[in-house]
Design a protein around this ligand. Structure first.
Ligand code: M6R
Length: 366
């Protein structure tokens, strides 16, 4: 069932181009210029009038929510808050019938997320579920929702579930933006055309596998890793760090690149590999200076850059060149090399990638 791959995680990383297609198919049409998630359409009025959207999730799904926050605020201009489901449920959150609570969960069975939904429901919020498992508890508890169509995910480290969650959140942001009249027809068409190109771009990134494996070999004995990103790619830094922690047991932290100078910079020396997500156009100059700060302290920089980059190539120790895309899709493509990096580091360390210690696929305890 691993289809010749050494691990389910690797198989699932490679399935992403197809799963991304499966997640947007039938939900948008680039040449006709429309985007339509059934659930969003059904609750159109409620969503349009929403005072706030609150995301509740855990782990990787929480990282997808952070990307969703960026996309929805940027495109639809609706205020968004992202909550750890586990924290939300144990306080007395301010939430009412004018709020929309969006729960994101691959399994649809995560106990903390279920409890957060119950609380949001008691407070009359509309519940929108973004789940992968069809017929799961969360999908049944939700008033409306969208399935991610990632297929069954077996690897404990979530990969294709994340990218498809980001696809759904992108469609949701575009649809809400369209309702509000925030996008011209030309902008919407161009964005959807680019979304159609993403699976091919991810395929190109997968071809960098050997290159990433070699980088992984060089750093697999490191004890610590730092991951940096800005804007919508900050959650990708968090996700890259989480992947590495889960399967290789290396201590890793994700930070917004600009926060580095407020503390974590003290950790940087010649033994600290720093992975920088630097394919984010509008923050490019800033990211370059963050990389210079790391290099000035002898840190080792592995940077994810757009193809053809010259500036960062000149200062980083390694660059992983990926196809350029629109800024809103930068998170979707840049997470893929980080998944491969974590995977190969874990394999070089001899770790049991599909069954990391202390973890289960869905956390059904509180
Ligand atoms: O099934 P869910 O998306 O609700 O799961 C949430 C987290 O437990 C999950 O994303 C976890 O962090 C993964 N092991 C990440 O790879």
């Amino acid at each position: 069932e691993k289809d010749g791959y050494d691990h389910f995680m690797l198989k699932e990383i490679y399935e992403q181009p197809q799963m991304i297609i499966d997640s947007f198919r039938g939900r948008m049409n680039a040449s006709e210029g429309w985007v339509r998630l059934g659930g969003v359409n059904e609750y159109r009025n409620k969503l349009n009038k929403a005072k706030r959207i609150i995301f509740g999730a855990c782990g990787t799904s929480w990282h997808a929510a952070l990307v969703g926050e960026y996309l929805i605020e940027e495109l639809a201009r609706i205020p968004v808050e992202v909550e750890y489901a586990s924290e939300f449920r144990y306080r007395n959150p301010i939430i009412d019938g004018d709020d929309v609570f969006v729960a994101i969960s691959q399994s649809g069975e995560t106990a903390d997320t279920i409890a957060a939904i119950e609380l949001a429901k008691e407070n009359q919020a509309l519940i929108y579920g973004i789940c992968n498992s069809v017929g799961s508890t969360i999908s049944k508890m939700s008033h409306a929702g969208s399935y991610t169509h990632a297929g069954q995910e077996i690897g404990i480290a979530s990969t294709k579930a994340f990218t498809t969650q980001v696809v759904i959140l992108t469609l949701m942001a575009l649809q809400l933006a369209d309702y509000k009249g925030n996008l011209s027809k030309t902008q919407l068409n161009a964005t959807l055309f680019e979304l159609e190109q993403i699976p091919e771009k991810v395929r190109k990134i997968l071809k960098l596998d050997d290159e990433i494996k070699a980088i992984a070999k060089e750093y697999h004995q490191a004890n610590n890793f730092l991951f940096l990103g800005r804007g919508a790619c900050y959650p990708i830094a968090l996700e890259g760090a989480l992947k590495l922690k889960e399967i290789s047991y290396i201590h890793a932290e994700g930070y917004p690149a600009a926060e580095m100078k407020h503390g974590p910079i003290a950790l940087i020396d010649e033994n600290m590999p720093v992975v920088v997500v630097a394919n984010n156009d509008s923050a490019y100059e800033k990211i370059v200076s963050n990389i210079q700060e790391v290099k000035a302290r002898k840190g080792k920089v592995i940077a994810i850059v757009n193809e053809g980059d010259t500036v960062i190539k000149g200062i980083a120790d390694h660059v992983i060149e990926i196809p350029a895309t629109l800024e809103i899709f930068a998170p979707l493509v840049s997470v893929v090399p980080l998944q491969l990096l974590a995977y190969h580091i874990a394999v070089w360390r001899g770790a049991d990638v599909d069954n990391p210690r202390n973890l289960t696929k869905s956390v059904t305890v509180e």
